[in-house]
Design a protein. Structure first.
Length: 272
């Protein structure tokens, strides 16, 4: 089986950068995968896509050699196993709030005797190389997302879950939950209480020998997170990068030509 490059990089003490795909399109996936990321994650939870998009996106990413990953919609065995069968080398599971849920998640990632994953790696048999059945348990990564006040209360027990490879922090949901709506959801938190929460998560991961990952909005914040001890950071994503580059291009044009900013067509600033 082809080795998981993330594991090799971490074993060498190197941090990794993860790309993010929310647009259900193989060409977008191919472009992002070719930009030098260590891994690229397809977002099947909040992304504008479903499983029928995921498979061809994984196929498009293959030539780059990037580590393919997926965030699943929820803690549900069927979709977790289908993502693995499609060729995912890592799965991120949202809203894991208890050690029992973390253990359940791990069980869906591993073949017996380590778990209850059903055997049928339809595409992975071809994309991952020989002896997938014998080596997948050692190469597949599982990240539980810490996103709520409940998860923070159970942080140590979640991080201690046997077979869990890491914790992935969703800062927007975590902020909403910890601040009880007092703070708006966003990446790159500067509030002391949120920075303390992030560093607490890193400490729990280090204590239990697992990896810590954080979703970031800028490379500058990601670099700070690596300094705090995070092993992997996601920086932006396809939709946000596309929007930012397009906005910068339009702004530069209007500045260079002296055109008024309000000359843009109505509704140009709308959208999520």
């Amino acid at each position: 089986m082809i080795r998981n490059r993330l594991k090799a990089l971490w074993a060498e003490g190197k941090p990794t950068i993860n790309g993010w795909l929310s647009i259900g399109n193989p060409f977008t996936a191919e472009i992002m995968a070719a930009q030098g990321y260590d891994s690229v994650t397809i977002d099947a939870q909040h992304g504008a896509l479903d499983y029928s998009n995921v498979l061809p996106m994984f196929q498009a990413m293959r030539a780059s050699g990037v580590v393919p990953m997926a965030r699943v919609p929820w803690l549900e065995p069927g979709i977790i196993m289908k993502m693995l069968d499609a060729g995912a080398y890592g799965v991120i599971c949202p809203m894991v709030n208890t050690p029992e849920q973390a253990a359940e998640f791990v069980s869906y990632l591993r073949y017996p005797p380590l778990g209850q994953r059903s055997f049928g790696p339809t595409r992975a048999n071809f994309s991952a190389g020989a002896n997938y059945a014998g080596e997948a348990n050692d190469e597949i990564l599982g990240f539980a997302m810490i996103e709520t006040a409940t998860a923070m209360r159970n942080l140590d027990a979640i991080a201690a879950t046997p077979g869990l490879d890491g914790i992935y922090v969703g800062p927007a949901d975590l902020t909403l939950s910890l601040a009880q709506g007092r703070l708006a959801p966003a990446f790159d938190r500067e509030e002391p209480e949120m920075v303390e929460a992030l560093r607490t998560i890193v400490a729990a991961c280090k204590k239990h020998g697992i990896r810590a990952a954080l979703h970031c909005g800028t490379p500058e914040y990601a670099a700070r997170a690596i300094g705090w001890g995070f092993d992997m950071t996601t920086v932006g994503g396809d939709s946000r990068l596309l929007a930012a580059a397009a906005a910068d291009s339009v702004k530069a044009f209007r500045t260079l030509t002296g055109a008024r900013a309000d000359a843009a067509p109505a509704g140009a600033k709308g959208g999520y």
